[in-house]
Design a binder for this molecule. Structure first.
Ligand code: NOJ
Length: 744
């Protein structure tokens, strides 16, 4: 059977047509020999019982029997290279047509070497590094036999109650678009058939990041304009970067579950955006249409998904179970099935699976491809760049003076706190904890004690922590949320510190020594009520395999912190969702009252009575051990700008402190009077800069017509003439300002 495929592939290659039609010709030829069930088998993905499961367990199934029957197109969540090859061998040798299986897995922020959670890596604003992390993840996964990752997650979100913010790139569509595209390039490389690259999957299509009340899987209902302006750009950028697949979201979007939405999957995705890869549902999302209340049974659910052009069903099996009935009744045509099956076969062809089903993986190759020293070194460097220094009163950091350190808190020895969610292939014993990092970097200087658990007091824990703090020069507290409390199904109504940790912090602060808080978390937290007890606040996220080393690198001053927030940090839960790029309203607070405002008086402005409307730390914010200055902001040829023109903006950035360091120059824009309301500020350019002490650099940004365009009142994407204001600095409240006018 294998030889037959090689001949067919060779024939297809000889005919000199482009690769897509070559692949389609191959697929069509193959389909001419396939039964209806075999075709729908290609449109079906299953997981072995032992695999990682997300979502409620279904009926037990015999995967091997299905594979032998040629009814499994893809398998997800297989754990080892040996098992992958075993199942592949079964498919190739024992099924009638020997069509290879496509193995997929959630390789979300690393495979064996784990990088910071995606939200953390995004805080590096380092597009090349994010791409490199995807490349390494792909190489390790491919060595295992996995040819497809369910990443990148392109869902924009400003709601830290939603646990899945940890998997995305934050609240800003512009930055998320750049990073999502970079991840696709990293995973897929130049050539999908390369045995070290894997297919990316743009998810979750669409608008999964805006669930009502931050509750996972919840309803999303918003105007099409808002969707297109704020939520769509990262998906589009990832598709433009060539992503081979797309995953539907669990949510209903404007009253239609995404997996049954022909508007989303056909009209928008294929007809308008030109996507020609294949679409997979999320886990059981097809049959979940019954619970959504839009399908009476699994057959109707399958019918709706097929009519929406959803090519592959993940796990729930309704396609296989219903196809004969649907075709017999004339509800779905074999032509429609062919179109979906073809999309899947073309992807397999492009991956080179027909040429060699064992191109990916193999136990020996796997062993030689993981935990490469250079990849670990890279993981350490991107982890450093992901960390954000939020407060540094009295320059308590860095700890470079030989201080005696009391290292306190529930996460000192927790590998999981370093890794975060979605780390199926993690090895705790390869993960560097905070305690290990500190002991290596500050030998003989560190005393450690937990003080409390993540949520519970420990008997005598606080007293011991206070004693340790008293006997040290500085107390470093590892606080925050456990690694498993972010990701899927991890929504929270409060993102404040758990009470047990608040108590620990207050007691240690009262010991009178400077307090540094090392925050591990997968989401922004609301810290205003405790911020005064912290002299320094250092946001480590869940930094990955090399987390403990990277934290020590930055805390010690061996490296200056350089991360900048990609989600606003609220003051308190009630401000959520909170974003820098909000609309102005007709009654903006700006310029009316001092900020922060704590008022007992009604102002009749868009604000709260007792809480400022600003976040505790805004989008883009992050301190360094050195100081940066921005000046001489200039719009080149500003009096001669017309619709369609590029606008060049220049600024001088200097490192005026006494250390080398990196920062992120960020350009924000506002369209002052448009046909629709526009955000008060929008990120339109950024550049991560490493400057030696005393160094000055002139940075140039180019705003294109597209950067100034939006979904206008007439629902067309385009530019309008008028005044634009710009701000430049290293956070979204930057005050260095310029403006220009676009003439008709
Ligand atoms: C459910 C999640 O929503 C999705 O992101 C993931 O890729 C699939 N399960 C597969 O594990």
């Amino acid at each position: 059977m294998r030889n037959l495929f090689i001949v067919l592939v060779a024939v297809a290659c000889l005919c000199g047509c482009d690769r897509r039609s070559e692949a389609e010709r191959f697929a069509d030829d193959l389909m001419s020999r396939m039964t209806l069930r075999e075709k729908v088998g290609q449109m079906s993905q299953f997981a072995p019982q032992t695999g990682v499961v997300t979502g409620p367990e279904g009926e037990p199934m015999d995967l091997n029997a299905l594979i032998k029957a040629g009814e499994v197109g893809s398998v997800l969540n297989v754990k080892t290279p040996e098992e992958i090859w075993e199942l592949q061998r079964l498919a190739v040798d024992s099924s009638r047509l020997g069509i290879p299986i496509l193995f997929g897995h959630d390789i979300i922020h690393g495979c064996k070497v784990i990088f910071p959670i995606n939200l953390g890596s995004a805080c590096s604003w380092n597009v090349e590094a994010v791409k490199e992390s995807a490349r390494i993840a792909a190489a390790e996964a491919a060595a295992m036999g996995i040819a497809w990752t369910f990443s990148p997650m392109c869902d924009v979100s400003a709601d830290p109650r939603w646990g899945r913010v940890s998997e995305g790139s934050g609240e800003d569509p512009y930055l998320a678009a750049k990073l999502s595209a970079a991840m696709v390039e990293g995973y897929q490389g130049e050539e999908l058939a390369d045995s070290t690259t894997i297919m990316a999957c743009v998810k979750h299509f669409a608008a999964y990041g805006a669930p009502e009340a931050g509750r996972d899987y919840n309803t999303v209902d918003m105007s099409e304009r808002m969707f297109r302006d704020r939520y769509l750009p990262p998906y589009v950028a990832a598709l433009d970067a060539g992503a081979a697949t797309v995953m539907t979201s669990f949510n209903d979007f404007n009253a239609i579950p995404a997996s049954g939405s022909r508007w989303l999957l056909k009209e928008l995705l294929r007809d308008e955006l030109g996507f020609d890869g294949f679409v997979v549902s999320d886990y059981r999302a097809v049959t979940e249409m019954i619970a959504h209340g839009v399908a009476r049974d699994t057959t109707e659910a399958a019918y709706k998904a097929m009519k929406a052009c959803l090519d592959m069903e993940m796990v729930s099996g309704s396609y296989l179970n219903s196809v004969e009935e649907l075709v017999k009744e004339g509800l779905v045509s074999e032509k429609e099935i062919d179109a979906m099956c073809r999309n899947v076969l073309v992807a397999k062809y492009n991956l080179g699976l027909f040429e060699d089903p064992f191109r990916y993986g193999g136990a020996e190759r796997f062993a030689g491809s993981i935990y490469r020293p250079e990849d670990l070194a890279f993981a350490r460097s991107i982890a450093r760049e992901s960390m954000v220094l939020l407060k540094n009163e009295g320059e308590v950091l860095p700890l470079d003076g030989g201080e005696r350190i009391a290292l306190i808190g529930p996460y000192i020895s927790s590998p999981r706190a370093m890794l975060g969610s979605w780390t199926a292939f993690r090895d705790y014993d390869r993960t560097v904890t905070i305690g290990q990092g500190f002991e290596e970097r500050f030998p003989g200087k560190v005393t450690m004690t937990a003080g409390c658990g993540p949520y519970a007091e420990i008997d005598g824990g606080i007293a011991q922590a206070v004693r340790a703090a008293r006997n040290a020069d500085v107390a470093v507290l590892t606080l925050g949320l456990p690694g498993e409390f972010s990701g899927e199904a991890a929504s929270m109504t409060s993102v404040e510190l758990p009470q047990a940790q608040k108590n620990l912090l207050a007691a240690v602060k009262a010991a009178g020594k400077p307090v540094v808080v090392l925050l591990t978390t997968g989401r922004p937290m609301a810290l205003e009520s405790v911020i005064d007890d912290m002299d320094a606040l250092f946001l480590a996220w869940h930094p990955g395999t090399e987390g403990g080393h990277a934290i020590a690198d930055v805390i010690s001053g061996d490296h200056s912190p350089s991360g900048h927030l990609v989600m606003s940090f609220p003051r308190c839960d009630g401000q959520i969702p909170i974003r820098y790029n909000h609309k102005a309203t007709g009654r903006p607070l700006e310029g009316t009252a001092p900020d922060p405002l704590i008022s007992m008086k009604k102002l009749y402005k868009s604000c709260y009575l007792f809480t400022p409307d600003t976040p505790l730390y805004p989008f883009g914010y992050g301190l360094s051990y050195t100081e940066f200055e921005f000046d001489s902001l200039e719009v080149v040829d500003k009096d001669n700008i017309h619709i369609g023109d590029d606008v060049t903006v220049r600024v001088r950035v200097s490192n005026v402190g006494d250390r080398d360091g990196a920062t992120v120059a960020q350009l924000y824009m506002r369209d002052m009077a448009a046909s629709t309301t526009r955000p008060v500020r929008e990120l339109k350019g950024f550049e991560r800069l490493h400057l030696r002490k005393g160094e000055l650099r002139v940075v140039e940004f180019v705003l294109t017509a597209e950067d100034m365009s939006f979904w206008r009142e007439d629902m067309k994407f385009g530019q309008e003439p008028g005044e634009f204001r710009l701000w430049l600095g290293n956070h979204s409240d930057a005050t260095l300002e310029a403006s220009f006018t676009v003439r008709p």
